[in-house]
Ligand binder design. Structure first.
Ligand SMILES: [Zn+2]
Ligand SMILES: [Zn+2]
Length: 119
C-alpha cells in the first residue's frame, strides 16, 4: 500500500480516523495511534478519548453488577438460612423464604456472570 497523499511513497501506517495509508512524512502519532499529520490529529485524539471513556464506563458497570451479585448473594443466604431454620415451626411460610432465597441466588449468579463479561 502507498501513501494516500504521496502515491510514489510506500505507507508506514494507517490513519485511525480515515483509514488511509500514510508515509513517514504524513503520519503522526497521537495517543499511541497513527493519524494524518495536520489533518486528523484532533479527530484521532477525540476518538481515543471516546474509547478510553467507554472502557472506564464498562468497568464501572461491571463493578455495579459485582456489587449486586454480592448483595443478592448475601440476602439469598439469609433468606435460605432463615427458611431452613424456621422450617419446623413455620412450615409453608418457611418454604416461601427458601424459594425466595433460591430466586435471589439465581439473580446473584446472573449478576456475577454479567460482571465477568466486563473484565
Ligand atoms: Zn486521516
Ligand atoms: Zn505521504
Amino acid at each position: 500500500m502507498n501513501c494516500f497523499y504521496h502515491a510514489e511513497k510506500s505507507a508506514i501506517g494507517i490513519c485511525k480516523y480515515c483509514n488511509r495509508g500514510l508515509c513517514s512524512e504524513c503520519a503522526t502519532v497521537i495517543d499511541d495511534v497513527i493519524a494524518c499529520k495536520n489533518r486528523h490529529e484532533s479527530e484521532v485524539h477525540q476518538l481515543e478519548q471516546l474509547t478510553a471513556r467507554n472502557l472506564f464506563q464498562s468497568k464501572r458497570v461491571g463493578g455495579n453488577y459485582m456489587r449486586n451479585a454480592v448483595f443478592y448473594g448475601l440476602v439469598s443466604v439469609a433468606f435460605i438460612g432463615f427458611g431452613w431454620w424456621t422450617l419446623q415451626w413455620l412450615g409453608l411460610q418457611a418454604v416461601l423464604f427458601i424459594v425466595l432465597g433460591v430466586f435471589l441466588l439465581y439473580a446473584a449468579g446472573a449478576n456475577y456472570f454479567e460482571a465477568r463479561k466486563y473484565k
